[in-house]
Design a protein around this ligand. Structure first.
Ligand code: DAH
Length: 339
């Protein structure tokens, strides 16, 4: 028995545990009722009485040493855990809230991205513009209804200054300073004197496109817009051009894309027609080229303009235009997954 006690003492002195489970296993092995020290105590009953005093003391000493050692291991583990929690420098102190891009920014960036890949660069112009760039240089007649106070916000005290009602004004800004070849898109905010409702707003956003070079034809316009529509809405998308009128293009057209929901069958989104209107376009009117200092004998061009809200509505089915300018985080959070 003495040997056994010595052997266990050696064992106990070298015990280690790297986690709580290991420690508990040691406690069970040495200190529990069915542990090996208990076994020794059971055997102790059969020890001859003259050895009882000596062996009894040794067993008690063994038990005490085992208890102390295991307690020490427990304390060591506890401080180790404490240290890890308190000084875990990799932990974020609070959940990091990630912001979202505004849906109009997402759509604008996608449009810019698509046209950039076709060689268009960005152009910009002022939102507070003069009558010439918004209307005069774009071939609007003096009595054109768009010039009316009902439609356009004029700057008080400066009769020929106004908030631009379309981004076509940037066409003029570009042409007056640049000779062809010109390939630009101009995203920006525009203003119209409209009562605010779910379907109309006093400001919204457009992207204008202008392409001027030698020998540009309507076919080029069609191909550029078809590529754009397929990149934005998917490769199966069809386009349709309907004759229309704008003072600054001749011929002019409105472009529809095949309905995203029913793919042409007819549904409530496309009001049963199978088509959704997305932009206006046409060949730049020769007079517009001339008014802006470009030789219309040598150069031809095409132009197009679209509303970003309109496209965002089609992509994300936003029913109320006002949501775009109210900054309601519940709405904005919906676009976390978009890019
Ligand atoms: N400026 C027009 C509008 O605000 C949109 C537009 C139509 C722009 C045809 C163009 C174009 O460049 O060619 O309704």
């Amino acid at each position: 028995m003495l040997n056994k006690i010595e052997q266990l003492l050696d064992e106990v002195r070298t015990l280690t545990a790297s986690n709580a489970q290991e420690l508990e296993a040691l406690r069970i092995k040495y200190l529990s009722k069915k542990g090996c020290i208990s076994d020794l105590m059971n055997d102790f009953r059969n020890v001859p009485s003259e050895q009882k005093r000596e062996l009894g003391m040794r067993i008690n000493a063994l038990k005490q040493e085992a208890t102390e050692h295991i307690n020490a291991l427990r304390a060591k583990l506890a401080t180790k855990e404490d240290t890890e929690t308190v000084y875990d420098l990799t932990r974020t102190p609070y959940p990091a809230e990630i912001g979202t891009r505004h849906p109009l920014t997402i759509v604008r960036n996608r449009i810019i991205d698509i046209f950039s890949r076709m060689g268009f660069t960005l152009a910009d112009g002022p939102e507070v513009e003069d009558d010439w760039h918004v209307y005069g240089s774009m071939n609007f007649a003096d009595d054109h209804p768009a010039r009316d106070m009902q439609d356009t916000f004029y700057v008080q005290g400066a009769p020929s200054m106004l908030l631009r009602s379309h981004t076509s004004s940037v066409q003029s800004r570009v042409m007056e300073t640049t000779q062809p070849p010109i390939r630009v898109i101009c995203p920006g905010r525009v203003y119209r004197n409209e009562a605010v409702s779910a379907r109309a707003h006093c400001f919204f956003h457009q992207v204008e496109g202008l392409y001027v070079d030698e020998q540009v034809s309507f076919t080029d316009l069609k191909q550029v817009l078809l590529t754009f529509a397929r990149e934005l809405f998917g490769t199966e998308t069809q386009i349709r051009l309907r004759p229309s009128y704008f003072p600054f293009t001749e011929p002019s057209a409105e472009m529809d894309v095949s309905c995203q929901i029913c793919h042409g069958e007819g549904c409530s989104l496309c009001k049963g027609t199978g088509w959704l209107e997305i932009l206006g376009c046409g060949m730049v009117h020769p007079r517009v080229l001339e008014l802006n200092g470009i030789d219309s004998e040598k150069y031809k061009g095409f132009a197009f303009g679209m509303g970003i809200e309109r496209i965002a509505n089609l992509l994300y089915r936003v029913k109320d235009l006002r949501l775009f300018s109210e900054n309601d985080v519940r709405f904005l959070d919906e676009f976390k997954a978009a890019y």
